[in-house]
Design a protein around this ligand. Structure first.
Ligand SMILES: Cc1ncc(COP(=O)(O)O)c(C=O)c1O
Length: 465
């Protein structure tokens, strides 16, 4: 796009757009024109290796030919269908998701679809209210569940609520086991899961405000959790944390709502990331990768005994697009045909070993790397006390988008995502079909980026880039 055309578009945007549906632009605003596999392409056809894939929505790669064919066929045959008409695909998809989940946890449940992750979170809040009679919940510091009124109530960042306040549900936020930056300043080696003990302590006496020991009732209906925090910076908890937590919660009849919107569908090498941690959630909320991000189809799975038909009768949510159910069935077929569990585990282990080498090479920039399957993190810090360095993180992010990294005579850019409590973490979610050669390419591109900043000599302002 020529400079003059860009200026006209920015002017139109200033006049007519709300900006609320953007995140933030890099400066100058970056525009992509095409995509395929794990790559985005700009208008000059330069390749940008995407290591975040729309927050883990496009797990099976951009322009996936099988999914595009199914979507295209559905568009030709029956693109719309209101919920009052019978849909075989919806039934088959709900059956498939229920059985896949039952196989994992040994619990029968039901599935209900919705549109968009936050919409499905809202539905789960409604059902938790109905099942428990409560609209107070526990949720984690650093947790993210969406931007609707209900979802922002259980999302820890106050900035999402600041302008609009509360509508109904409220949450008590507790520290997530983010061991690299422990809330209590402890070290994992000898903490004895102190954070879990602190949580359990809340129920010691009614004077700690959560628990009526005479009635044996808690004021809180559910705990909302992400098995690995997404926006919070791909924080991976200790393997024994959630089982300990489940014991505390089940004793007090507090439900566990597992938000798999970002980590579900094999991002971590399991259908549901919570499977790594050996607990049985009461509700699972999913979205994004169910349709490879092609259609905003989301939903929840809930234990059979928590969804009485009279509590969730027909017309409880809007109808579901046949485009979404067609693509989702094909996504699940692809997952069934290939052994994604071991593939993702092996590729993730290889990727992480390469990241560990980068950490050793750039100790003045990278303070922590970690990963579970292909959910990987790089935490950028400075100084011996590992202070978060959001400024440097932002600079590296911008530098990746310049598109001037060179490998074997070809120019590349790198698409990263910045997350974390201090906005100093690169959260990596490459597409699951990434090849080992592409992992090497990604590592080479990261290496070149870090090399440009290892001595922390850079222009004083990002505008100078
Ligand atoms: C863990 C988690 N929950 C909920 C959401 C909200 O989903 P959506 O943006 O589709 O409303 C997201 C989106 O990134 C997410 O990562």
């Amino acid at each position: 796009m020529k400079e003059a055309e860009r200026a006209i578009m920015l002017e139109l945007e200033a006049q007519y757009c709300s900006y609320g549906d953007t995140v933030h632009y890099v400066d100058p605003a970056k525009k992509f024109a095409a995509s395929a596999g794990g790559f985005l392409y700009d208008e000059e056809k330069r390749s940008y290796f995407d290591l975040q894939m729309q927050y883990s929505a496009a797990n099976l790669g951009y322009k996936n030919s099988r999914l595009n064919r199914v979507l295209n066929d559905q568009l030709q045959i029956l693109p719309h269908l209101d919920g009052k008409y019978w849909s075989e695909r919806r039934i088959l998809l709900e059956e498939k998701l229920s059985l896949l989940t039952e196989r994992r946890f040994g619990i029968k449940g039901r599935v209900c679809f919705s549109v968009g992750g936050a919409g499905a979170i809202e539905n789960s809040l409604r059902l938790v209210r109905k099942a428990t009679g409560r609209n107070f919940h526990f949720a984690f510091m650093g947790g993210y569940h969406g931007r609707t009124l209900g979802a922002t109530a259980i999302t820890s960042s106050y900035r999402y609520r600041r302008r609009y306040g509360h509508f109904g549900d409220r949450a008590q936020f507790i520290p997530y086991p983010y061991c690299f930056r422990c809330f209590y300043g402890l070290k994992r080696e000898d903490c004895g899961l102190y954070c879990l003990k602190q949580f359990e302590k809340l129920f010691d006496t009614e004077y700690y405000s959560f628990w009526d020991s005479m009635a044996g009732e808690c004021e809180f209906g559910a705990l909302y959790m992400e098995p690995i925090q997404g926006t919070g910076g791909y924080v991976i908890p200790p393997r024994d944390y959630f089982s300990g937590l489940e014991a505390v919660l089940s004793k007090r009849e507090i439900l566990v709502v597992d938000d798999e919107i970002q980590m579900g569908f094999f991002r971590t090498g399991k259908l549901w990331a919570i499977e790594h941690f050996g607990i049985n959630p009461d509700v699972i909320v999913f979205g994004k990768a169910l349709t490879n991000g092609l259609n905003p189809l989301s939903g929840f799975w809930i234990r059979e005994d928590l969804i009485d038909p009279s509590d969730w009768p027909p017309d409880s949510d809007s109808s579901v697009s046949p485009q979404g159910t067609a693509v989702a069935l094909e996504v699940l077929r692809i997952f069934e045909e290939r052994d994604f569990a071991s593939e993702v585990e092996q590729k993730g282990a290889y990727f992480l070993s390469c990241l560990r080498r980068l950490k050793e090479k750039y100790p003045q920039v990278i303070a922590d790397v970690d990963g579970l399957g292909l959910a990987l993190r790089i935490e950028i810090c400075q100084g011996k006390d590992q202070q978060p360095d959001p400024d440097l993180t932002n600079r590296i992010f911008h530098e990746g988008l310049k598109g001037d990294l060179e490998v074997e005579g070809r120019l590349y850019g790198l698409v990263l995502d910045v997350g974390g409590y201090y906005k100093n973490v690169f959260t990596l979610a490459p597409y699951l079909e990434i090849t080992y050669q592409e992992i090497d390419l990604g590592i080479e591109l990261l290496d070149q980026l870090f090399a440009r900043f290892e001595n922390r000599v850079y222009p004083s302002s990002i505008d100078e880039f």
